[in-house]
Design a protein around this ligand. Sequence first.
Ligand SMILES: [Zn+2]
Length: 352
Amino acid sequence: MDVKDNIVSSESLVQFSLEYGLLRRLEEIHIPTYAEYAQVDFLYTIETYYEGFHQIFTDASKSRDGVGCAFHDPSTNINRKFRLNNHHSVFTAELFSIFKSLEYVEEKYQEFASDKILILSDSRSCLSSLSILRLDYTFTIIHKYILETLAKLKSWGLQVHFLWVKSHVGIEGNEVVDELAKQASRMDIVECRIYSPRDLIPHIKSTMFAKWEGIYNTQTKAKHYKSIQPIPVKHPWFNNKQFTRSINEEVESRDFVRVISRLRSGHTICPKYLHQIRKKTDNLCDCGEIGDLEHIILRCSKNRRNLETTIINICSILKTKYPFNLSSIMATNNPRVYYEVYKFVKNSDLII
Ligand SMILES: [Zn+2]
């Protein structure tokens, strides 16, 4: 089944369909700081602060096997596992496990010994997103379901609190639910078909890139550019971290980016190009040779003095010998080489 089939369309954003009364800070969420954790015996804290609470542990897992989540009720020994789609983020899976645990409370609370419930999750980001509601694209339909279910449980006289617990520190309920979530990620049937925009962004990005990669690799145009950039990349050449490290000022200059981009694409104002677009009657350089880009940058006798220094510098940077051609030096993506070419263009007063 295609992802598209699982997108629920709606007339307005989900946050706008929330009742006004639900838009409040959830005081019942406690996320201890790491320092608090270091100071106290946390099991002791749970026993004292939350004495008599009915505990339910939730967790999620995302691995190569898939995405899954679960909840575990130690006092009734009821566990439930849910498989999610591979595109789901672990964040959504954590949120879904909380939602499912609340549905379970709704269904079974009359059998509980207490009307005070404590949901224990090891996802800080998930609990934070519930405590401080941000009504932007991070707000999902699962947040809405959680808030609505909580309001219903509250109206029935139940108190639901949330507590963040550290994972893998020997809290038994957390260890159990961790294993259940792993098992859930390997189950066959996908239970959750609700997507948030955040879940789909990586999928959309990789699909678009693969599509573009196909076009790039099969089309026969732009031979010059392909000789410099044989494989498609996700970021423009000037986003390369090396550039900002070595030649900061020049990289920040718009002119540097403009000149190098033009040389990489081959779209420059050289006599041959001007002739092609009928802006010049012939394709010749002032020196009498054919004025293509290769000639202007690397061969023209008019620029010999500057060119000699540039060639010596490039040879030393690349540990190579002259002759080389323009495509091969532009294909290096080497910031220092680009800087040498740029200096040459500027010192020779070339208009590129
Ligand atoms: Zn020339």
